[in-house]
Design a protein around this ligand. Structure first.
Ligand code: NAD
Length: 494
């Protein structure tokens, strides 16, 4: 679609920032609101309900009532499936609107919000809908004198707290398995990008998800978020966000009702390219494409690149030649591959890391500054540092922006040691033509996802989550049901 048409549609788009509780749009009880500002051009998009503990109470009560009267959990799995598939169909039917909301709200290019975010999010809801009537419970091999059934039951009221970098997709990763398993849900989107989650709740209701089963409470972390974390009537909290807040969530669960606390947290992923890499062009393209995708605001972005010294110059020449493709552009132009940074706070953080890299002696080979300032929006050039060593902040801390740190190595074992020398353990990669070396390295890398001769492959069928301080849960795949179900053993005297 021409860029002007996307702009026209953006100007006409209905944006409703009210909360969604018990099947209805409502203001916060105090009527407090906050402004939702687009990072594309600084335009105010909507006023959003600033939910607090009272609103969270209302949403949790509504979810509890829906769970207890079994209006959703009591439906046959085939019926929940039918409704979830209709929900996914409605997402596709409203694809342009959802994509626009996502792009305007958090700044990512429309080409990706349409073809990646909406597409993967609807596929996730559909996949869990499709799966739920194909799962069987178990009978334990005990004795003739008894029958022991092992059944999965929904946990009850699930609270989900999500970040802003993939607002719709992170919502779908929680909504899909939590609702398919029969739970009721209270979702708190990020205050930085709440609009698509609110619209999803309307579509779910339209598809037939009963009122009260899926509630959305927009607001701030230290208000709506902590109210959910501390709530005595929430059975499970599924959190995606930073490691710093993840630790607080686990503490809140411990100091309240010991709700199940699942965390999907930050990363500082290592991408190791050996001199015998089978396809250098592919390695360069994956390294560059994956760090700058989503403006570098991806938890699994391969932000530490270890290149074997003998091929580093060739690698960097090819990498630098690719960078102009990633120049930030108008996110509503379908040709744009890098959009805006979500908000001024994140902008300042990323530029601060760039300054720290320069001060600590890394060599800035490209980028390093704000871009498109005249647009009124928030953009940063794709930035590449060479000569980074493991002690520098840009090599140790999650930047969450379009900044790549290049380190080199001569000894693969040492590169693996450095790759693992981080509190994080979300993703990693190794590039080599030697299959034994690939397998040995993949085994040695302490990360929830390891890629060999590729980066950023993705499928709903595989689990996604972290080792170490990247979290304790797994989203996606059938394994995600472990988060949202309890195992019950029923002994029957025979
Ligand atoms: P964040 O931790 O600042 O916020 C995440 C969510 O938690 C937001 O909804 C926020 O309002 C809420 N929150 C903040 N303080 C809270 C508190 N005291 N109590 C309860 N809730 C609170 O993270 P962010 O900046 O939104 O997202 C970026 C982070 O998310 C990065 O670290 C990134 O790596 C991580 N992330 C991880 C995954 C994954 O699957 N592992 C996926 C996407 C993003």
């Amino acid at each position: 679609m021409p860029t002007t048409t996307w702009h026209d549609r953006a100007a006409e788009l209905r944006m409703d920032g009210r909360a969604f509780i018990d099947g209805e749009r409502v203001d916060a009880r105090t009527e407090a609101r906050f402004d939702c500002i687009s990072p594309i051009d600084g335009r105010k998009l909507a006023e959003v309900a600033r939910c607090d503990a009272l609103d969270v109470d209302a949403a949790v009560s509504s979810a509890r009532a829906a769970f207890e009267d079994r209006r959703w959990a009591g439906k046959a799995p085939a019926e929940r499936k039918r409704i979830l598939i209709r929900f996914a169909d409605l997402m596709l039917a409203n694809r342009d609107e959802l994509a626009l909301l996502e792009t305007l709200d958090m700044g990512k290019p429309i080409r990706y919000s349409r073809s990646v975010d909406v597409q993967l999010a609807q596929n996730c809801i559909r996949w869990y809908g499709e799966a739920i009537d194909k799962l069987y419970d178990q009978v334990a091999p005990t004795s003739d004198a008894s029958l022991a059934l092992i059944t999965r039951e929904p946990v009850g009221v699930v609270a989900a707290i999500i970040p802003w970098n993939y607002p719709m997709l992170m919502a779908a990763w929680k909504i899909g398995p939590a609702l398919a398993a029969g739970n009721s849900l209270v979702l708190k989107p990020s205050e930085k990008a709440p609009l698509s989650a609110l619209r999803l709740a309307e579509l779910a209701l339209e598809a037939g998800v009963p009122p009260g089963v899926f509630n959305v409470v927009p607001g701030f972390g230290n208000e709506a978020g902590s109210a959910l974390g501390l709530h005595m009537d929430v059975d499970c909290i599924a959190f995606t966000g930073s490691t710093r807040v993840g630790k607080q969530i686990v503490q809140m669960a411990g100091q309240s009702n010991l709700k199940r606390a699942w965390t999907e947290l930050g990363g500082k992923s290592a991408n190791i390219v050996c001199a015998d890499c089978p396809d250098l062009d592919a390695a360069v393209s994956a390294a560059i494409g994956s760090i700058y995708f989503n403006q570098g605001e991806s938890c699994n972005a391969p932000s530490r690149l270890f290149v074997e010294a003998s091929i580093k110059d060739a690698f960097l020449d090819k990498a630098l030649a690719m960078l102009p493709q990633f120049a930030p552009g108008d996110p509503l132009d379908e040709a744009t591959v890098m959009g805006a940074i979500v908000d001024p706070i994140q902008m300042k953080t990323v530029l601060g890391y760039i300054e720290a890299g320069k001060e600590e002696g890394a060599r800035l080979l490209a980028g390093g500054a704000a871009a498109r300032v005249e647009s009124g929006g928030l953009y940063i050039e794709p930035t590449l540092f060479d000569g980074v060593d493991a002690t520098m902040r840009i090599a140790r801390e999650e930047i969450f922006g379009p900044v790549l740190s290049v380190l080199s190595f001569t000894d693969l074992d040492d590169a693996v040691r450095q790759a693992n020398a981080t509190p994080y353990g979300l993703a990693a990669a190794v590039w080599t033509a030697d299959i034994s070396k690939a397998v040995r390295t993949a085994r040695a890398l302490r990360a929830g996802t390891v890629h060999v001769n590729q980066y950023d492959n993705d499928d709903i069928t595989v689990p996604f989550g972290g080792y170490k301080q990247s979290g304790n849960g797994r989203d996606k795949s059938l394994h995600a049901f472990d988060k949202y179900t309890e195992l019950k053993t029923t002994w029957i005297q025979v």
